[in-house]
Write a protein that binds this ligand. Structure first.
Ligand SMILES: Cc1cc2nc3c(=O)[nH]c(=O)nc-3n(C[C@H](O)[C@H](O)[C@H](O)COP(=O)(O)OP(=O)(O)OC[C@H]3O[C@@H](n4cnc5c(N)ncnc54)[C@H](O)[C@@H]3O)c2cc1C
Length: 296
């Protein structure tokens, strides 16, 4: 196995163009497991660890530009306000050691349906900037996951930056697992309220072949909140609306039975998480300045 160590982004793109089968390695928390278990024996490893720009982030007017290799620990410590959903999801990843090494670029590279970043990225709204020697392109997060552990990257492309919308309202993330740390999700759910556009977005993890949004549930809730004047009044969401939303989230899941849980349990659990998160985020929205503005 040859180890390629580009010193710059341009060198990395050139190496990937020359050796399209080369496997990029960032934190290595997925790649090294696969190599250690002999699931993968790549001819070339393309080490991205000398490339500074992949570890940088920038908070802009509307988006956060997150370098592909920014570790989860940095997201938790520095981007909690701008990316609350992703920060919560980062907290649930593995252990401090893994969170110091692993990042969102690696999660996207692996594209496991159980990856914790995915529901948060889907709910917040993100675009993945990928680049090759041929140029760069932006892939909307909804189009990034193409199958079980498959993504929209071409063989010569690398993930450069993930552009994530800054939170304009409360966000939540939760996952079901057999213990509180070092656990791959049995299923997971993320929810983001977007008061500026009066919309909600969702993300379901580990309950379908790819991470997905519950689009019918979103459409139902968007209409119910608008028609009921909830965004303006901030009144408590009626239990029947919350239940219908949760039922539609459950219906959007398309899980399988496996060692971590049954399909029936997963479908049930994502609905429970959806109802709870709607309650938590809506309480936050009602309490956060909105009522003060209304009273002023
Ligand atoms: C003990 C343990 C526990 C774990 N627990 C969790 C968990 O709770 N939740 C969770 O989501 N994950 C978990 N993981 C998996 C892993 O930590 C995450 O998927 C992490 O985000 C991977 O990031 P990384 O930088 O280490 O990726 P790497 O292992 O370096 O790479 C992962 C994949 O992405 C590709 N890749 C990396 N960077 C790029 C790039 N810039 N461009 C193109 N492709 C790229 C690699 O080629 C590879 O295919 C766990 C892993 C271990 C070992």
């Amino acid at each position: 196995m040859d180890f390629l160590r580009p010193a710059s982004w341009e060198e990395a793109l050139a190496a990937k163009a020359e050796h399209p089968t080369a496997v990029p390695i960032a934190g290595g928390t997925d790649v090294m497991v696969e190599i250690n278990f002999d699931h993968r024996r790549p001819e070339y490893l393309l080490d991205l660890n000398r490339i500074e720009l992949l570890r940088e982030w920038e908070v802009g007017e509307e988006n956060v530009r997150l370098g592909a290799s920014v570790p989860y620990t940095q997201i938790m410590e520095n981007l909690r306000t701008e990316l609350p959903g992703l920060a919560l999801a980062s907290h649930t990843v593995a252990s401090p050691q893994i969170r110091n090494r692993g990042g969102v670029g690696g999660n996207l590279g692996t594209a496991s349906p159980a990856g914790d970043a995915h529901p948060a990225l889907l709910a917040a709204g993100a675009e993945v900037e990928v680049e090759s020697v041929r140029g760069s392109r932006f892939i909307p997060i909804d189009e990034f996951y193409t199958g079980v552990k498959r993504n929209a990257l071409q063989p010569d492309e690398l993930i450069k930056t993930v552009h994530i919308k800054k939170a304009d309202g409360p966000q939540q993330y939760s996952k079901v697992g057999t213990r509180n740390a070092m656990v791959i999700a049995v299923c997971a759910f993320g929810l983001a309220l977007h008061p500026e556009t009066r919309t909600v977005r969702t993300g379901i993890g580990s309950a379908a072949p790819t991470p997905i949004r519950a689009k019918e549930a979103e459409a139902f809730l968007n209409a119910a909140l608008e028609e009921g004047g909830f965004w303006d009044s901030g009144k408590i969401i009626t239990p029947s609306v919350a239940k219908q939303f949760a039922d539609l989230v459950s219906a959007a899941a398309n899980p399988i039975d496996d060692v971590r849980g049954t399909a029936k349990y997963r479908r049930h659990a994502v609905g429970i998480m959806a109802r709870r998160q709607l309650g938590w985020t809506w309480e936050q929205y009602r309490g956060a300045g909105r009522t003060l503005e209304g009273a002023a």
